[in-house]
Design a protein around this ligand. Structure first.
Ligand code: ATP
Ligand code: MG
Length: 452
């Protein structure tokens, strides 16, 4: 466990640190509340021991700030005068425990053992929760793949915190859906999430959109305007296409994220804001940093928790469920009642690659439902990109001459020839491809006088 001691009194700090170091604990010390909070923000800390009375912040304030930053940190308050009231208040605010001065070192050692034990249990629970994540219902987020279950479990873990999240993923993979899922799983859910599409606005407009402006601060600013950051106070701000923010605005955004205060354009009055930022991009910020078009310091501020949504072709298990849900939804929206896919349409959709990801699947199903006659979506209603796929599997017969039996025989021979070509003549594998036994395949080869 990594410990942090926050105490303004040097002698107290040193004696505690000395004892704990001797016992083999990894630890850091700081001499003020604010410094302690900053330390927790930047480092991996498991347990904080904080003094109750410090000149800059009370232990209670430190406790609250740390819990808001990272609820997983266990905080122990240390005070000279223990009263029931403060103890109760501390526990209510999420302190793990409470020690009175002078500190009984054996008691401290016991307490740390207890915390360690507790933390092991919690991480065990987390693992269980991860397994359950498949069944975890996240606002509007449809999935059943293992890849997305992992994403959902990250969401479940970080939603209660104020941690900044950076979502990356190809276009149409559901970055906005995920941002909403995080917001709705967070304590901020009762206020609306505020969204800014950073790609849609010019440099100056984006700045006043984000931070607001005072009347007369630039030509055309004929009224005061409240920015999105201010609007998102106590809520979530979703910065979509964050990779498109021009450099000048990147600097300003960085400052806001660091200081948690904003200044309206044309004002130098700082306003404190409590905003949870979720950013998304389909660009590679890594690449942009290398090219010098995205600031490294801003990247690290945004990338506290990174969630990468895999393309749909990388989580094919989600396809049937999404197909089904979209079919139901568009069936209802178009008053078509109980819709179904024909077997062929189903197979084609299951095989397709979806370069446009979920958005493309959604559009294909919507269009097919609208075009379908009756309650069955057939392959005829699917776009040619989807239908073209199996052409290469089709045996060639140019004309419809010959009896039914002859046609079927020709069809079978074509299939077998193609399967053998695809497996370089290995019959066992060709039989696998065709979904028949090897014996059956040999029988057919003989029957058709094909080379055995
Ligand atoms: N897991 C999901 N479950 C249900 N619908 C989804 C899911 N993911 C995405 N969608 C749907 O797919 C479409 C695209 O989603 P979204 O707008 O969130 O993608 P995006 O990654 O932000 O795309 P872009 O980069 O183009 O902005 C939306 O209509 C959304 O409703
Ligand atoms: Mg989007």
């Amino acid at each position: 466990m990594n410990l942090l001691i926050i105490d303004n009194e040097k002698s107290q700090r040193d004696s505690l640190a000395g004892f704990l170091k001797k016992r083999g604990h990894a630890l850091a010390t700081v001499s003020a509340g604010e410094a302690g909070i900053a330390y927790v923000e930047k480092h991996q800390v498991d347990v904080v021991l904080t003094d109750f009375r410090m000149p800059d912040k009370s232990g209670m304030e430190v406790l609250e700030a740390i819990k808001a930053l990272n609820p997983v940190v266990d905080v122990v308050l240390i005070t000279a005068y223990g009263t029931i009231e403060t103890a109760v208040e501390a526990m209510k605010k999420g302190a793990f425990d409470y020690l009175t001065k002078p500190i009984d070192l054996d008691e401290l050692e016991l307490l740390l053992a207890k915390i360690e034990n507790h933390r092991n249990l919690v991480s065990e629970n987390e693992r269980l929760r991860e397994q359950l994540a498949e069944r975890y219902q996240l606002h509007n987020l449809i999935f059943q793949s293992r890849e997305m279950a992992k994403v959902a479990s990250t969401v479940a873990r970080i939603a209660p915190t104020r941690t900044t999240v950076l979502i990356s993923g190809e276009s149409g993979t559901g970055k906005e859906v995920l941002a909403k899922a995080i917001h709705f799983a967070s304590p901020r859910k009762d206020r609306s999430m505020v969204t800014v599409n950073c790609a849609a606005l010019s440099d100056t407009l984006l700045e006043s959109e984000l931070f607001g402006h005072e009347k007369g601060s630039f030509t055309g600013a004929d009224r005061q305007r409240i920015g999105r950051f201010e609007q998102a106070h106590n809520s979530t701000l979703f910065l979509d296409e964050v990779g498109d923010i021009p450099p000048a605005t990147q600097v300003k955004l960085l400052r806001v994220l660091q200081e948690r205060t904003i200044e309206r354009v044309g004002s130098n009055q700082p306003l404190e804001v409590d905003v949870r930022v979720i950013a998304a991009t389909h660009r590679s910020l890594d690449q942009m940093m290398k090219e010098g078009t995205f600031r490294e310091d801003l990247y690290f501020r945004l990338n506290v928790v990174a969630i990468d949504i895999p393309p749909l072709s990388g989580r094919r298990d989600d396809i049937p469920l999404l197909m089904d849900r979209f079919l139901i939804r568009f069936g209802e929206e178009n008053a078509r009642g109980n819709m179904q896919f024909s077997k062929e349409a189903f197979d084609l959709l299951m095989k397709y690659d979806y370069p446009g990801n979920i958005r493309e699947l959604e559009n294909i199903v919507e269009q097919a439902v609208v075009l379908a006659r009756g309650n069955v979506v057939t392959s005829a209603e699917l776009p040619s990109t989807v239908r073209q796929l199996p052409l290469e599997n089709k045996p060639v017969f140019s004309s419809l001459s010959g009896s039914f039996a002859e046609q079927v025989a020709a069809f079978e021979q074509g299939l077998i020839r193609q399967a053998l070509a695809g497996t370089k003549g290995v019959q066992r594998r060709a039989a696998d491809v065709l979904g028949m036994t090897e014996r059956h395949l040999r029988y057919k080869l003989q029957k058709y006088g094909m080379k055995d």
